[in-house]
Write a protein that binds this ligand. Sequence first.
Ligand SMILES: Cc1cc2nc3c(=O)[nH]c(=O)nc-3n(C[C@H](O)[C@H](O)[C@H](O)COP(=O)(O)OP(=O)(O)OC[C@H]3O[C@@H](n4cnc5c(N)ncnc54)[C@H](O)[C@@H]3O)c2cc1C
Length: 401
Amino acid sequence: MDLALAPADLAFRDEVRAFLSRSFTPQLRAATRRQSGVFAEKELNQRWQRILFERGWVAPSWPVEYGGTGWSVVQRYIFDTECAEAGTPALPAMGLQMCGPVLMRFGTPEQKAFFLPRILSGEHYWCQGYSEPGSGSDLASLQCRAVRDGDDYVITGTKIWTTHAQFANWMFALVRTRSEGKPQAGITFLVLPMESPGLSIRPIITLAGEHEVNQVFFDSVRVPVANRIGEENDGWTVAKYLLEFERGHAFAARIRAALRQVKMLAAAEASGSGVPLAEDDDFRRRLAEAEIAADAVDFTERRIISQLAAGGSTGDAAASMLKLKGTETLQTVTELALEAIAYYAAPDQRQALGLGANVPEIGPEHAITVSARYLNTRAATIYGGSSEVQRNILARLALGL
Ligand SMILES: Cc1cc2nc3c(=O)[nH]c(=O)nc-3n(C[C@H](O)[C@H](O)[C@H](O)COP(=O)(O)OP(=O)(O)OC[C@H]3O[C@@H](n4cnc5c(N)ncnc54)[C@H](O)[C@@H]3O)c2cc1C
């Protein structure tokens, strides 16, 4: 296993750094620093997507023939890491990282030609219609029904926790097309425009006061059969393929960036006993523990990249371990940040956080996003497969079940 970067990779890293220092402008940096959601607000993420699109770097993992970069695994890792370190706006994963690869694998030539360029350019903004009330971890139990009627499917039911449905103009969804037999064998994967008659969206406001997720209702929504990806009742195969891309990556760089912020906060804020928090023994111990956990995530990530670069696969165990430890460490670091700003965690800063807000923040600038990020990060151990589900996967693998 070789964890060091080759000279060509170091040169590539410099090229990425030069691009970021040129294109991730001070104005964009300032706007992104105030973001607290999983993905940046639409206006901001679209601005950044356009910049990457024009540079040809918007889809690092896509093959060149579909408009991707053709980069090696190591180059993709470097790019993700440099972007996370710089704190670039988080682009929504639903189109570029989820639906795109699915279309490449299962789409017809017409579907690929229509959708893929529009995912790259950002013209199509996607949301993911998988979860339902009562069907999250146990996704195969989903009930949202699609009944064939001539050249259409007619969908009735609901989806929940649909991230950015309020911004999306397209959704990919799992629907039930057969009730008999194994639940997995009666699911179909469809794509549909969000403006379809009969589709409505209800916002869900999170603990952080943010409108990031929604419930989507389908009241006899007609979707052409031509919008099916893969075969009828074979959507589970498509869904499982897509989930391979959902568990997340570049955790270490995000954790390191969050740790840097905690250190800055600890230097600026005082502990309960009046000394700077950075000199408080208990806080320093917990910070050191978080740094050790971050190092472990970093090495796991590098180990996976090294395996992939040598032609191997990530493997379920490593992917689950990374999702589990990556998100839990990120949560620990946001807890330290919250503790560091003490009573500045209390004010409701929602009005001051949005793009173009002209409401002054309460307290120092460095405290303004801390509460919202802390609250938002609670969800990281739920979406993309909860921590309990990841532990089950690891236990099953370890026990050989
Ligand atoms: C912020 C956010 C954004 C999301 N965005 C989307 C989206 O865009 N599209 C979409 O389709 N979905 C989305 N989701 C939904 C997400 O995928 C589900 O919340 C997740 O799969 C968990 O399902 P659930 O909420 O139904 O909880 P449940 O599955 O009911 O789980 C409840 C609790 O039970 C535990 N549990 C469940 N099964 C087991 C088991 N077998 N063993 C041990 N413990 C278990 C879970 O870990 C959890 O603690 C989002 C969720 C969040 C929080």
